[in-house]
Design a protein. Sequence first.
Length: 129
Amino acid sequence: MFHQTDDLIKGIGFVSIYFANLEDTLDELVRRRSSNDPAPHITKARDSLRFARYALAGNYIEQAGCSAYMAAYHAAKALIAARSGKSPKTHSGPRSEFARIAREEPRISREQVALLGWSYELKNVADYG
């Protein structure tokens, strides 16, 4: 569980790094092909990450945790859309599809794959205590 502010700060930092690395991969994949537009997910990921940083700076820890997860979630959905054209509808769908895509993509680390599930825990703690 992620009840401590330090864990959340570390988590948002990881989400920031994750998104920056994933964004480079997305740019290349979008140039190649896309039957499902990843652009709205990229925008949502950037907005969520921006709000997570803002909320954390204002000491709104729970909102920062939720927004950090949403940044990771939408970044993963953008990659999925760019790579496969799919658009998973649940929160578990992007985790499993992202993990599958990551096995074929050497630029995505195991830590980045794990982060999507880990950040979901941040969201759950923020939402449900």
